[in-house]
Ligand binder design. Structure first.
Ligand SMILES: Cc1cc2nc3c(=O)[nH]c(=O)nc-3n(C[C@H](O)[C@H](O)[C@H](O)COP(=O)(O)OP(=O)(O)OC[C@H]3O[C@@H](n4cnc5c(N)ncnc54)[C@H](O)[C@@H]3O)c2cc1C
Length: 308
């Protein structure tokens, strides 16, 4: 119920103004977002890449404005050039939301998003790194996987995200388990109806394990995006029993979450990649992080009430 309310608030203009203006928000946002500009986020990337890998997200989503979609492409091009210049491209890639580069624009949205994503892939290729397409709500999955297929013709290293809470995902894992395919498996962060998604946590977890089995048994490169200790250990066991070495899959976690566990996994010689968001369009991302953890919400609500 609380999760549903927060995820609805993530799409509300009024709530956005309220949350963005609350004095308490800044400190909490800083826990999950590395900086409001590329320059302010780079020190975190430098620190993290000492023992981990990184994927950077220039925050933004759901744009209905072609100019804003262009600005996002320019921001990614600048980011990729900077990673190259700073010698970070070997350890840092980028994550892109297609809705930030035009997927929802009226008329030719999908075509525009494909062309914009292609420009980001060209910049990534020039820098010597890779791109992963984030997955948004269930209405975008077919479109996103279609764009993935197009992009992979020229850039076979483009990765995708699949969400274990969707009923369709085990089949999508099978389709994307071939050689060269990079798939990030996560539980899923949106509020989806029971007609398309498991809504019970235990069911989502069981689906995650089924999907993981498919990916680990396949020929591709599984990216295990979860902070859930049980799933992290199942992933390790499945990789080992399937004969995968430490370079044949990776763990992924979000910036600011379970940092000690991130370091522990890296110290064991396993690949650990941190998803690092930056930019001033943090509202939707931040609200999804609040929704994931009731303790965050209680803390945030208490601070709103006491600090105004
Ligand atoms: C690298 C990465 C990329 C992702 N990309 C996408 C994407 O493209 N599309 C999408 O829908 N979702 C994405 N997600 C989010 C994902 O779907 C989940 O919502 C999120 O990871 C929480 O699920 P969990 O597997 O960590 O398990 P949970 O059961 O939610 O959490 C397990 C434990 O992790 C800790 N934890 C989890 N979330 C938080 C939090 N917000 N604050 C503090 N502690 C927390 C808690 O200790 C919790 O008990 C991504 C997640 C990661 C790690």
């Amino acid at each position: 119920m609380l999760r549903t309310t927060l995820l609805a608030a993530a799409r509300s203009r009024t709530c956005r103004t309220l949350v963005e203006c609350a004095p308490v928000t800044r400190g909490l946002v800083a826990k999950y977002v590395a900086g409001s500009t590329l320059e302010s986020a780079l020190p975190a990337v430098e620190r993290l890449t000492a023992d981990r890998l990184v994927t950077l997200d220039h925050l933004g989503e759901d744009t209905r404005d072609a100019g804003q979609a262009q600005d996002t492409v320019d921001a990614y091009s600048r980011l990729l050039a900077e990673l190259d210049r700073a010698g970070l491209a070997e350890r840092a890639e980028v994550s892109v939301k297609l809705s930030a580069v035009g997927q929802f624009l009226p008329g030719d949205g999908e075509k525009i998003a494909l062309e914009n994503a292609r420009r980001i892939c060209e910049a990534a290729a020039a820098a010597g790194t890779t791109v992963t397409l984030d997955m948004e709500d269930h209405t975008t999955v077919d479109s996103t996987l279609g764009i993935l297929t197009e992009l992979r013709t020229d850039f076979p290293w483009v990765g995708a995200v699949l969400q274990a809470y969707l009923h369709r995902t085990q089949a999508d894992c099978r389709d994307l388990s071939g050689a060269g395919s990079r798939v990030r498996l996560c539980k899923g962060a949106y509020d989806e109806p029971a007609s398309v998604a498991y809504r019970d946590k235990a069911e989502v977890d069981r689906s995650y394990v089924r999907c993981l089995r498919v990916l680990m048994a396949g020929q591709g490169y599984p990216m295990v995006a979860s902070h859930d200790p049980r799933l992290v250990s199942i992933a390790g066991a499945l990789a080992e029993s399937g004969g995968r070495g430490p370079g044949d899959y990776e763990h992924q976690m979000l910036y600011g979450i379970r940092e000690n566990e991130q370091r522990r996994i890296a110290e064991q010689g396993r690949r650990m990649r941190v998803y690092v968001p930056y930019g001033d369009e943090w509202y939707g991302y931040f609200m999804r992080r609040l929704a994931e953890r009731p303790a965050n919400v209680a803390f945030f609500a208490r601070s709103l009430l006491t600090n105004g």
